[in-house]
Design a protein around this ligand. Structure first.
Ligand code: GLN
Length: 464
């Protein structure tokens, strides 16, 4: 990492911003912060002379944190998220706050108060979407204006945009990276993730962020982290599972051909490949859209106009609360509020919510029976003959043009929800999952048992 390379990245930001709308906020001090690294005796820090983008739902005390929502327009956090503090301590300069789908709700990067992000792999006039919700983080890495970016992944928001932008996108095991200072969408699923153009950068950033944090009640304890380390083994030959439920006839022929080519390549290198079955995968989309809006609706109740960000004029004038202010939420967030409240109503709670929780456990059990690595959280019996990692596609199609995506979604929101069909199962089970670029604007996912992040990272070198 050199100061020259870092400065040239930062210098390209205004042009990229004009064409692709990557950032909600650009740090104008980035160049001078890079230049002062030497003076601050910080040049030997592990991430010195690196530049990063941070998704706008991860709080920073020197820059606004808006979740791309009018409701948090201009909101300044009094503290940095733990992941941000760790990056700053390691010497990174933060180039800005990356655009996203409002509160993480979306999969195309089209639901932002600040407008859509376009995909830097294509000409700006083509207006091809980047995928979401971590649209700006993926675009910043793909455009080469940062070395890496932080995103969040609740149901696929790191892995899908990584696929659409041909970048690496890693969602670590749930609980590995601190959520302290990450504005909640659905807290039982929210995971901080990393985008990078190469695995060496990915590994380095992950090892810096992979720390227990007492400020996050769901952070994995030191003891569990130690257990994971002692269970991990370095293998020459991997057992790789291809879950049959993830293969769909409707995906582009190029996706299927690439998957076959990668499988052959892995077998040539001495790895064993097996078909596996995870029957409950078919329930994942319904489980996700029952549980995530239910969690979201309680998280979003804190935006009452008093404590954070925006308050409607009429609420200020009349001394009233809530409704006019909360009309500032965008249409997709409003959809989720309705869906979440419905799911939590007494009848639906029994019929849908409780059932979804049970089906989520069944999905975890299905994965547990197929992996060799034990799930220390579920305590299920281990399958000693199980696979080390699994592979699947990440997206069901190539990224589309903005107008077409909007029209398709207006016809029926389910058209968009279906995009996450390959990414949600891992979120519901907290599995570490990496999108590995496999072609122009598409990638494949490699995933492993909860806690087995380092074996997965090693395996990604074999696939790449
Ligand atoms: N597209 C999914 C949703 O809208 C997942 C988003 C995410 O991972 N944040 O909920």
């Amino acid at each position: 990492m050199s100061i020259k390379a870092a400065l040239s990245k930062v210098q390209r930001i205004p042009e990229v911003q004009t064409h692709y709308n990557v950032f909600n906020y650009v740090n104008e001090m980035a160049s001078s912060q890079l230049k002062s690294i030497e003076k601050r005796n910080a040049s030997s820090k592990p991430l010195a002379y690196t530049v990063a983008a941070v998704k706008d739902n991860i709080v920073t005390k020197d820059m606004p944190s808006t979740c791309s929502s009018k409701i948090l327009d201009g909101y300044m956090s009094p503290f940095d998220a733990t992941v941000v503090s760790l990056l700053l301590e390691a010497g990174t300069v933060i180039a800005g706050k990356a655009n996203m789908d409002e509160f993480g709700m979306g999969s195309a990067g089209i639901h932002s108060y600040f407008g859509p992000t376009f995909n830097p792999l294509f000409k700006p006039e083509d207006q091809i979407v980047t995928g979401g919700s971590s649209s700006g983080s993926a675009a910043a890495v793909a455009a080469g204006v940062v070395d890496f970016a932080l995103g969040t992944d609740t149901g696929g928001s790191v892995r899908l945009p990584a696929s659409y932008t041909s970048t690496f996108g890693f969602k670590p095991s749930y609980g590995r990276l601190s959520r302290h200072g990450v504005i909640s969408y659905a807290q039982s699923l929210d995971t901080v993730g990393i985008f990078a153009n190469d695995l060496a950068t990915m590994n380095k950033v992950f090892s810096i962020l992979d720390k227990y944090d007492e400020k996050d009640p769901t952070s994995l304890s030191e003891e569990l982290r130690h257990n994971f380390r002692s269970l991990a083994t370095k293998k020459k030959s991997l057992k790789i599972g291809i879950p049959e439920e993830f293969s769909q006839e409707s995906v582009p022929a190029e996706f299927r051909a690439t998957m076959t080519r990668i499988i052959k390549h892995l077998m040539n290198y001495g790895h064993e490949v097996y078909p596996v079955s995870i029957p409950s995968v078919k329930n994942a989309l319904s489980i996700y859209y029952t549980l995530s809006p239910s969690e979201a609706v309680s998280n979003l109740s804190r935006y009452d106009g008093l404590r954070y960000g925006y308050r409607a004029e009429s609420d200020i004038e009349n001394g009233t609360l809530f409704t006019p202010t909360r009309s500032a939420f965008g249409p997709e967030v409003q959809n989720r509020i309705i869906l979440g409240n419905y799911n939590l109503c007494s009848e639906s709670f029994k019929n849908n919510y409780i059932k979804a929780q049970k089906l989520r456990v069944q999905l975890i059990n299905d994965f547990d029976s197929a992996f060799r690595f034990p799930n220390v959280l579920s305590g299920n019996t281990v399958n000693k003959d199980g696979v080390d990692i699994m592979l699947s596609l990440t997206s069901t199609s190539f990224p589309g043009n903005y107008d077409e995506v909007v029209n398709k979604e207006n016809d029926n929101p389910l058209n968009t929800y279906i995009n996450d069909i390959f990414t949600m199962p891992m979120s519901l089970c907290g599995l570490p999952t990496m999108t590995v670029p496999a072609g122009n604007a598409f990638g494949i996912q490699a995933f492993s048992q909860h806690g087995n992040d380092y074996e997965l990272l090693d395996a990604c070198y074999e696939i790449n």
